[in-house]
Design a protein around this ligand. Structure first.
Ligand code: C5P
Length: 222
């Protein structure tokens, strides 16, 4: 019998530094990378473009099944939706908030399971999201729950968006982050929580490099 392909799941709330850390950890291990949030965000973009209501679970489920989404592993990663580059539309707060609404529907989550599991290819996978260790890859060998205080997370997100030239107010952002967290934690299907056995890392006082090292330490690689 073959050993299963190793998976490191990195779950946690928005702004905990998961995206940056998970991508870097995958690159250093030479493993594949899954940004599951980008799949929910791409679905939100598709719903906006095709006029599908964010209340219509059945239509969203069909859209999720038909989603033709490819991530190009270029220096600045590109997401192609039905062959078209969706560029920065995927990173806006509007898109993140809509994604979190769609993500609360069980049929939508189920429709996206196979797509996510398809990223598990040799030699390994680093999977970033909310339910990677609890639902999508429950048998993952390594599990991390990366978190940080809400205040630190709002500041980080603020800086990130500013750098991208996107104008936001810190107060609005903090409110939106808290609301999104609440929705992700309180939803009935796949709520945000640390998987059993996950190593909890609080990145509030850690630099990016320290957070990367802490994740690498979980897979026994320094
Ligand atoms: O991680 P990111 O902020 O890009 O995710 C956007 C939204 O997608 C999250 O707020 C969450 O509601 C949803 N999501 C999810 N499960 C995942 C990844 C993201 O529900 N595995």
């Amino acid at each position: 019998m073959h050993d299963p392909i190793p998976v490191l799941t990195i779950d946690g709330p928005s702004g905990a530094g998961k995206g940056t850390a998970a991508r870097a950890v995958a690159a250093r291990l030479g493993w594949n990378f899954l940004d599951s949030g980008a799949i929910y965000r791409a679905l939100a973009v598709a719903a906006m473009d095709r006029g599908v209501s964010c209340e219509d679970e059945i239509a969203l489920e069909a859209l999720a099944h038909s989603l033709d989404l490819v991530f190009e592993a270029t220096a600045v990663p590109r997401a192609l939706l039905w062959g078209a580059d969706i560029g920065d539309r995927i990173v806006t707060e509007e898109c993140g908030n809509l994604a979190s609404k769609l993500a609360a529907f069980p049929l939508v989550r189920r429709a996206l399971l196979d797509k996510q599991r398809g990223f598990r290819r040799p030699p390994g996978l680093v999977a970033d999201g909310r339910d990677m260790g609890t639902v999508v890859f429950p048998d993952a060998l390594y599990k991390v729950f990366l978190t940080a205080s809400a205040e630190v997370r709002a500041h980080r997100r603020y800086k990130q968006l500013k750098e991208k030239g996107i104008d936001v107010s810190l107060a609005n952002l903090t409110e939106e982050i808290e609301e999104r967290d609440r929705r992700d934690r309180e939803r009935a299907t796949a709520p945000l929580r640390a998987a059993d056995g996950a190593i909890v890392i609080d990145s509030s006082a850690l630099s990016v490099e320290e957070a990367i090292q802490a994740c690498l330490a979980v897979v026994g690689s320094f």
